[in-house]
Design a protein around this ligand. Structure first.
Ligand SMILES: Nc1nc2c(c(=O)[nH]1)N[C@H]1C(S)=C(S)[C@@H](COP(=O)(O)OP(=O)(O)OC[C@H]3O[C@@H](n4cnc5c(=O)[nH]c(N)nc54)[C@H](O)[C@@H]3O)O[C@H]1N2
Ligand SMILES: Nc1nc2c(c(=O)[nH]1)N[C@H]1C(S)=C(S)[C@@H](COP(=O)(O)OP(=O)(O)OC[C@H]3O[C@@H](n4cnc5c(=O)[nH]c(N)nc54)[C@H](O)[C@@H]3O)O[C@H]1N2
Ligand code: SF4
Ligand SMILES: [Mo]
Length: 747
């Protein structure tokens, strides 16, 4: 874990707009703190393309500007100041005015320079010239590549109907143009990332509160986090708020089978047995209810079904929970009392990636319930209703009705979910079966399903049965390598994107302004979509340009908002957070208009309306539960070709407890063979007491096979090769931690 902590440290918030005043020396030491220079001075091997990171002679620069924009390296979308010298971005800093990132930029955000200037970047359209996946391509003009894509899409539409093409994407400021193309084309089959990520959280909170609340971490006196590794799996502003106020806060309790960097910052670390968090939370609820340490007046006024919960919880004593979780009953009682005593300035944080195991949706329901019992709704330091700013829109003609049903059976198959996001694994299963109809075309935007979906061999089979695949990406990823045509997008620094707002404590709008012209022949997604739409006879849906689109978004904004967006890349709506307003109104968007401790929608759709715990199977003798997650240096499978970051963290390794390692004859650094029911891999062992004996752990996102990724290729193992295709029945969320593997010294 050495070195991980650096990444959460504050990057000094220099440089307000137009007043940067960074000395050459100051600049170099900053750059050294973040990435390549530091590594190079330690005598690391210089990887191909390193020279592109050369920052040049700064004093001699003539044309210097600072462009306020928005980071695109992960879901957080932090505020950025891009320093541009002679048409080249030379440094990225945090934008101090941004309410989400508050002047910080993480290591990944700073290392974005190495993405834009990555020698392996996709530079121009490519059309496959050898067998799929062989890496044989020919350079094509945009004209040819777009014609080729449109011809194939039209052929597929003719043969199988529009539903014969699926469209999949992960969030981004230009993603909705891709979604519009799928709608205009007439395909109901859209697949987004939530079933791999946060769907269990969304389903649980939405049906309990009628919304997904925002925790007021900065003002909370007691925070409990379970499996939310905020020091390394960075979420802004939560990461910043948690660590900035650590010393002023009463307590921070962290629950994880691994001793993570976050655990090292906690007052209490609970090394829970994986998959048993629901039992622990039910045990805590038992304590709060039986000891009467919950907010009685809040519960009476604002919640539905307390009597049923009270009865249901009797079975879940702390002693029972202790046996399930391997956490002492006295500790469960202690944590429950601490939580209740801190109320309402307490948060049981619901985390982000909730794709863990079959209890995940009910675990998140239990988190929703325990917060409600604390009466922390809409109070300072508690759980707040989300606020957002309203953007104007651009009128387009109505989309055609879908004639076919979605291939994953939504909405009927998962009635509690958002239909447009889809249930990815269910869609994949139906595509593989060819039922109820064939899907033979695949359009992919900003997503890498070979790394993002469990059981990589299954995804490969899905790829193999496709007649046509187009990938829009910025790098020659493993997924792009499987395409028939690759359409290279400009990176975020080279684009002007639509305005963005998201639900948060303080509503704000961000503006991603273009820092530099697109390099090579890359194009923004909007342009790609518009050109494709015209070739598909769907031009009427894209009859505008990005400037007009943004102008419409700003239509109702006050003048100062427009000015702030241009000058600072962000506008914060004044007057928030408005503690207590919603509480006073007291109406929740649920069927009973209350916080549903007892979920009437769960009941309606045949799911347990109160959280019922299911014990997970134990790993058989000699096998381990495979856990995985993030480290602070990489975003999913998207950054492993980044030469600066590889200097800091060259590959993923298998975390294994020393006693288990000794038992199977493995020492730290040895190569180990891993076998799961669906795949195999070989990687280095990291022997450490920071993991429980019953589990092993690896970072997600390594094990790239594309020969186009010269730096990432062949480093570590992809967890998806090993992870089985299991999902929970309520939300359809993937259960990434339900696979057992064997570990042996490598042969
Ligand atoms: N085993 C396992 N699987 C997981 C997870 C896990 O922890 N373990 N995490 C899950 C979670 S939480 C999530 S959110 C999903 C994420 O799943 P994905 O979104 O598929 O993840 P990434 O690997 O980030 O893929 C993003 C792709 O977008 C490309 N890209 C980046 N910027 C741009 C751009 O500006 N334009 C275009 N066109 N492309 C761009 C990158 O090169 C990359 O190929 O994965 C899920 N899958
Ligand atoms: N650096 C970095 N930051 C990111 C991302 C990234 O890729 N890189 N991705 C962003 C995205 S899309 C997301 S969704 C979030 C994800 O944010 P998190 O959900 O916090 O991320 P993970 O690292 O997947 O966290 C899983 C943690 O849960 C622990 N764990 C495993 N099983 C159990 C269990 O049964 N119980 C408990 N209590 N803990 C368990 C793991 O050891 C691990 O530390 O991060 C966001 N921030
Ligand atoms: S957390 Fe890091 S990578 Fe993610 S948006 Fe913020 S600066 Fe960029
Ligand atoms: Mo995610």
């Amino acid at each position: 874990m050495k070195g991980h902590e650096e990444s959460t440290k504050r990057t000094e918030g220099r440089g307000r707009l137009g007043k940067l005043g960074v000395s050459r020396r100051g600049f170099l030491s900053l750059a050294a703190g973040s990435a390549g220079l530091h590594a190079a001075s330690k005598g690391w091997k210089i990887l191909p393309g390193e020279a592109l990171a050369d920052l040049g002679d700064r004093e001699a620069s003539k044309d210097v500007k600072v462009v306020p924009t928005v980071c695109g390296v992960c879901t957080n979308k932090c505020g950025v100041l891009a320093r541009v010298e002679d048409g080249k971005v030379v440094k990225l800093d945090g934008q101090p005015d941004h309410p989400k990132s508050k002047g910080r930029l993480c290591a990944r955000g700073q290392a974005m320079l190495q993405v834009t200037y990555d020698p392996n970047r996709l530079k121009y359209p490519l059309i496959r010239s050898g067998p799929r996946g062989s890496g044989q391509w020919r350079k094509a003009s945009w004209e040819e590549a777009l014609d080729y894509t449109a011809e194939n899409l039209l052929k597929l539409k003719e043969k199988y109907g529009p539903e014969g093409v699926m469209f999949s994407s992960t969030e981004g400021f230009q993603e909705h143009f891709f979604m519009d193309l799928s709608e205009a084309f007439g395909s109901p089959n859209t697949f987004r990332h939530p079933t791999q990520c946060l769907v269990a959280n969304n389903v649980a909170f939405f049906h309990t509160y009628g919304t997904v609340p925002v925790p007021d971490i900065a003002n909370s006196c007691l925070i409990i986090m379970a499996g939310a590794n905020r020091a390394e799996a960075i979420m802004t502003p939560d990461t910043i708020d948690l660590f900035q106020n650590l010393h002023h806060r009463n307590k921070f309790i962290y629950i994880d089978p691994r001793y993570t960097v976050t655990a090292s910052k906690a007052d209490i670390w609970v090394p829970i047995k994986p998959g048993t968090d629901l039992a622990l939370t039910l045990g805590m609820i038992h304590v709060m209810i039986t000891e009467g340490i919950y907010d009685k007046s809040f519960v009476e006024e604002h919640t539905h079904g307390f009597d049923k919960l009270e009865e249901h919880i009797q079975q879940y004593t702390p002693e029972w929970a202790a046996k399930e979780c391997e956490v002492p009953a006295v500790q469960i009682v202690e944590i429950a009392r601490m939580f209740a005593n801190a109320a309402p300035k307490c948060v049981f944080y619901f985390g982000r990636r909730s794709s863990f195991d079959r209890n995940q949706t009910q675990f998140r329901r239990a988190i929703a319930i325990i917060n409600a019992l604390a009466g922390n709704w809409d109070t300072m330091g508690g759980m707040l209703p989300p606020a957002s700013a309203r953007l104007g829109y651009t009128l387009i003609p109505p989309f055609p009705d879908h004639e076919a049903h979605r291939i994953d059976g939504l909405p009927e198959s998962y009635p509690l979910n958002n239909t447009r996001d889809g249930v990815y694994h269910a869609g994949r299963a139906s595509v593989l079966e060819g039922k109820p109809y064939p899907v033979k075309g695949w359009m992919i935007y900003k997503q890498n399903p070979l790394h993002g979906m469990p059981d990589r061999a299954k995804t490969q089979r899905m790829i193999d049965q496709m007649e046509f695949i187009a990938v829009i990406d910025i790098l020659p990823t493993d997924m792009a390598w499987q395409a028939d045509v690759i359409l290279p997008e400009a990176t975020y620094l080279e684009r002007e994107d639509p305005l963005h707002t998201e639900k948060s404590l303080k509503p704000y709008v961000s503006y991603r302004q273009q820092a530099i012209e697109p390099l090579f022949e890359t194009k923004p997604n909007f342009w790609i979509m518009k050109e494709l739409a015209e070739r598909l006879g769907l031009g009427q849906y894209f009859d505008y340009d990005i400037k007009k689109y943004i102008k419409n978004q700003m239509r109702r904004f006050p003048a100062e908002a427009k000015q702030a967006l241009k000058e600072r890349g962000v506008w914060v709506k004044p007057g928030y957070p408005r503690y207590g307003k919603h509480r006073a109104r007291g109406k929740f968007r649920t069927p009973t208009k209350k916080i549903e401790l007892y979920s009437t929608r769960f009941e309606k759709y045949g799911k347990d309306p109160l959280p019922v715990y299911e014990s997970l199977p134990e790993p058989p003798d000699g096998e381990y539960r495979l856990l995985m997650g993030r480290n602070a240096y990489f975003t999913h499978a998207a950054l492993q070709n980044n030469r600066w970051l590889l200097h800091l963290y060259p590959e993923n390794r298998l975390w294994i407890h020393p006693e288990e390692a000794a038992r199977i004859g493995v020492r730290d650094g040895d190569m180990v063979d891993l076998t799961s029911p669906v795949g195999k891999g070989t990687m280095k062992a990291y022997v450490t007491e920071a993991i429980r004996r019953d589990s092993v752990y690896m970072d997600h996102g390594f094990g790239h096979t594309s020969s186009g990724l010269e730096a990432a290729n062949g480093r570590g193992v992809s967890d998806q090769v090993l992870i089985e295709d299991v999902a929970d029945e309520i939300s359809g969320g993937v259960c990434y931690h339900e696979t057992f593997i064997t570990v042996r010294p490598a042969t």
